[in-house]
Ligand binder design. Sequence first.
Ligand code: KIV
Length: 282
Amino acid sequence: MGAKKITIQDVKQAKKESRKLTMVTAYDYPFGLMADEAGVDIVLVGDSLGMVVLGLDGTVEVTMEHMIHHIKAVVRGCKNALVVGDMPFMSYNTSIREAIVNAGRLMKEGGCDVVKLEGGVDFAPTVEAIVKAGIPVQGHIGLTPQTASALGGFKMQGKDAQAARLIVDDAKALEDAGVFSMILEAVPAPLGEIVAKAVNIPVIGIGAGNKVDGQVLVTHDMIGLFDKFVPKFVKQYTKIRPIIIDAMKAYKKEVIEEVFPAEEHSFNMPEKTLEELKESLK
Ligand code: KIV
């Protein structure tokens, strides 16, 4: 897509024109800028923030305050990409009223364009209410990391015909509730294709095969910045972590050996000023 702000209408139109959508995560200003410069359509400030930036074990501990803080930074970097703010665990699960209030906070205080929340049929009334309040929503079905323990861990979903059928039902319920697109995570590729064909809005896959309407990856996985655990569906397009560590090691060595800072990194003082200073110190 060209260098103009991407809207939810553009995202919906992409499916009609069979144009694949690209989406990556970002959690701060420099990564927002880079994603924008790379021309990705959608930037997700995901609650994966908890694991890849904050060093937590999962996403459950991520708060509204964490999300607002990081969304603000990403928004400053994204001129063109549509910015999605992820609703953290328990910010939309207790009541519809609270869900609307928190979705509104992500937009008003964080500045994101739309919000995302996890869940299918059970969350359709919540989605409908948020959309009616004027806040565009992106759905997230299949493997839903916030409730991964209830799903038996970070595992592929929709294994048997019945479970797969429930995922198709989730997708249809979200479409009826008014989401403009949805994420489909960790399902067999043929199910990804079936879900994408079952709805008229874009289905953006992560571990859902290549017959969906677009792809999303966690940037820190994709560039090898976070490699504690690399899911099967991640392709590492580069391995940035060893490059950064090598740079830090080189810096440490040069500091110890007084190679850095060299003359070109240092400020000079006129000889006369130096002499005067030395004289005054005698
Ligand atoms: O939080 C996140 O990064 C996500 C992606 C896995 C889609 O929800």
